[in-house]
Design a protein. Sequence first.
Length: 232
Amino acid sequence: MKETKPKILYVEDDVNLGFVTTDNLDSKGYSTIYCKDGKEGLVTFKKEKFDLCILDVMMPEMDGFTLAKEIRKINNDIPIIFLTAKTMKEDKITGFQTGADDYITKPFSIEELILRIEVFLKRSRKAEDKETSAIFEIGNYQFNFSNLTLAIGKQKQELTMKEAELLRYFCLNKDKILKREEILRAVWGDDDYFMGRSLDVFISRLRKFLQKDSRIQIENIHSVGFRLMVKK
């Protein structure tokens, strides 16, 4: 049975910041396991079950991007939030490409961090509460939103929660032109620049997952948005 307190893996090499943030998160009702570097974080992740990961990017032993890739090999679903002092947009895009769900630049307020955490935990709870009948047919594919899987024949692709939420939104609006900002607000809860770049990354992933049926297209409507179509 799942623990009452959401369990968070927090990996940060700044010990002072690490202890302060951990204390703040614990005081807000989370169970936070703090690790001082990426290698320690990976060992801990393999030993215990977590609901969410918060990873610093620049760390000794193993950086946050590498740690996220290793975590994704084990769990393709768990939300990952990056914390970093870097502000270059390329770093944020790299973060999303390695499997991150969100990105917060230092310095940050604990209130902002908690708001971001709650967005993902609420979505996780909603996904867990969905009935197993939440199944969509997309061409020759079968998409099970509850199980976060996309299958064609005997091949099955596990999806992250964000990938599944995006694909579900397309399925619920099949053949409809969806504006970029509409998708971002529905799936990400925001429509700022970096979320927009993240959307492009996730669209590319879904296209790759769906490429075994040539009738399926996620069409790019120039300067407007996207449309999921299945040709007959």
